[in-house]
Design a protein around this ligand. Structure first.
Ligand code: XUL
Ligand code: CO
Length: 434
């Protein structure tokens, strides 16, 4: 037991008018949305790194949070941190959590020690999962914080770092499988480069492709049933990251023959950094059959960096879930709050309130998305806009050639008539639901 959250009762659904600051107003796990429980649609996960490991630093100053499990350099404190985590999971009642190896055990620098501490802490966490029923959505390896990874992991010019990274990922897939994880994520924070002056770009891409293929081979070898996910991000910490956005990742996966094996974990803030909207990234991954999971957060639109704030914009979230529902919803994926407090938000109550608010925003977004889908107005407008393609002549054109098409334009004196895209009307329509 941890007393970090002492005095905070489990959060209950109190309805939209609920009085207390710490109550769900929209997230009711058992409420049915499109015939399925809300909890089963959203599949919320808490991120161990931001909620428990992050100490409140920024580029101009260090730690602001003084947690009872700091410093995070001993196994004793790793266990205290796990106690606090499971106490928070009990209060929130969310079904899942996600972790990096470096979040859950101290980093002691030597692979043999890292292996045994990971084993010890996953025994400890596994016991708590059994007691409480909280599950692991995904695990991952942190291959971007330690100085050994400063020039990348799979893309490092030093083969010893490639080897260390491969050993680390093997241990983290093993640990994810041990904890019943439903996915395994690779985010290549330093898989990229700072300057071409010292970088062999093609070789690095080939190494990254081979590394990912080895991950897939290993997953099959040990019978891990979870989904392998890669997480796009354009930059930060690297100046250029190879997994820039969904489109880049899809091209990469196809080049290395991994398109049927690997799916995407899409983060709102990363989409914004890449110059896209969240729903664009989701819709593109859905269209290509590579949608896996989401990291839900938001970026500050003025800062231009990855601020990882908790989501609070219902219209944006509604459009994201609209595309998720339209594509059939999550299978092994879920909604992971890859989001951290502001560094002045010191209290245990701040941490709980951040998650409660975020879960409510997602629940409102989901309900709005479901209502739009049921109403069908957006789909009707799209079907109408593309209706011309249902004619036999239009379909035949796709199997034709430029010469024949040109002849038809001459023969039939085709003069296209521009039509309204009705954007404002559709924006007004969406606003009726959010
Ligand atoms: C970093 C980020 C990571 C990944 C997991 O921007 O999103 O936390 O989600 O490594
Ligand atoms: Co993320």
């Amino acid at each position: 037991m941890s007393d970090f959250f002492a005095g905070i009762d489990p959060i209950r659904y109190a309805g939209p008018e609920g009085g207390s600051a710490l109550a769900y107003r929209h997230y009711d796990p058992d409420e049915r949305v499109l015939g399925k429980r809300m909890e089963d649609h959203l599949r919320f996960a808490v991120a161990w790194w931001h909620s428990f490991a992050w100490e409140g630093g920024d580029p101009f100053g260090g730690q602001t949070f003084l947690r009872p499990w700091h410093p995070q350099t001993t196994m004793e404190n790793a266990k205290k941190k796990a106690d606090a985590a499971f106490e928070m999971f009990r209060i929130l009642g969310q079904p899942y959590f996600c972790w990096h190896d470096a979040d859950i055990r101290p980093e002691q620098g030597n692979f043999r020690v890292n292996l045994s501490t990971l084993d010890e802490i996953t025994d400890y966490i596994g016991g708590k999962m059994e007691e409480t029923g909280t599950k692991c959505l995904w695990g991952t390896a942190n291959m971007f914080s330690h100085r050994r990874f400063m020039a990348g992991a799979a893309t490092n010019p030093d083969p010893d770092v490639f080897a260390f990274a491969a050993a680390t990922v093997k241990s983290c897939i093993d640990a994810t499988m041990k904890l019943g994880g439903e996915n395994y994520v690779l985010w290549g924070g330093r898989e990229g480069y700072e300057t071409l002056l010292n970088t062999e770009l093609k070789q690095e891409l080939d190494h990254m492709g081979r590394f990912l293929a080895m991950v897939v081979e290993y997953k099959h070898k040990i019978g891990f049933k979870g989904t392998i996910l890669v997480e796009p991000k354009p930059q930060e910490p690297s100046k250029h990251q190879y997994d820039f956005d969904v489109a880049t990742c899809i091209g990469f996966l196809r080049k290395y023959g991994l398109e049927d094996e690997v799916k995407l974990n899409i983060e709102q803030g990363h989409a914004i950094l890449a110059g896209h909207s969240f729903e664009h990234e989701i819709a593109l991954a859905m269209a290509e059959g590579m949608f896996g999971s989401i990291d839900m957060n938001r970026n500050d639109y003025q800062s231009g960096w990855d601020t990882d704030q908790f989501p609070n914009n219902v219209p944006e979230v509604a459009l994201a879930y609209y595309h998720i529902l339209k594509g059939g919803g999550f299978t092994t994926g879920g909604t992971n709050f890859d989001a951290k407090l502001r560094r002045q938000s010191l209290g245990a109550e701040d941490l709980i309130a951040a998650h409660v608010g975020a879960m409510d925003v997602c629940a409102r977004g989901l309900k709005a998305a479901a209502a739009m889908l049921e109403d069908g107005g957006l789909q009707d407008a799209i079907s109408e806009r593309y209706a011309g393609w249902e004619t036999p002549e239009a379909q035949a054109m796709l199997g034709s050639d430029l010469g024949a098409i040109a002849q038809r334009v001459l023969d039939e004196e085709i003069v296209p008539e521009p039509r309204s895209g009705r954007q404002e009307i559709l924006e007004n329509y969406v606003n009726r639901f959010v």
